[in-house]
Design a protein around this ligand. Sequence first.
Ligand SMILES: Cc1cc2nc3c(=O)[nH]c(=O)nc-3n(C[C@H](O)[C@H](O)[C@H](O)COP(=O)(O)O)c2cc1C
Length: 159
Amino acid sequence: MKSIIVYYSYTGNTKKVAQDLKEILTEKGEIDSIELSSIDEAKSFLGQCRRAFFKKRAQIAPVNLDLSKYDLICLGTPVWAFKPAPAMNTYLDKCSGVEGKEIILFTTYGSGRGNEQCLNYMQGILAKKGATNFRRFSVQQGEVNNKESVLSEIKSAIS
Ligand SMILES: Cc1cc2nc3c(=O)[nH]c(=O)nc-3n(C[C@H](O)[C@H](O)[C@H](O)COP(=O)(O)O)c2cc1C
């Protein structure tokens, strides 16, 4: 099985979860991982909230957008103002080759408000591109260093 993890992480929580996911998927086959980098991210909390809330797209550093060679595609973002981070929105818009693929969407979050909305928004963009097979999991920010808890979330999503 060939898998890819594409994620955005501003303060490292989603990155941590992506690393745990990579560890698990490595046991199942080949795995690539891409950390998205935003060129024009707002620096302030309010600026980030505003851009995310209004579903803005970020300029991202060049990355592979063609996902057609992967069997499993994992996409992760922090929840920002009930939505994905703008860098993930850009990737979701631009990626191709997701038709008929297994998709795992994952988030990290603080209060949990808007977490489902964020996942639904990601799923909606990919569904319009022909993806149908979705699984999802989320990790609260206080749990990202609790490896046992993260691995159990991941395993329940991928089993
Ligand atoms: C700009 C901003 C907006 C956020 N909005 C939400 C939110 O709507 N709901 C929520 O549960 N957490 C929210 N959070 C908390 C983050 O989702 C959480 O800290 C996440 O783990 C950060 O991931 P990262 O370290 O990968 O960037 C927000 C954080 C930031 C910086």
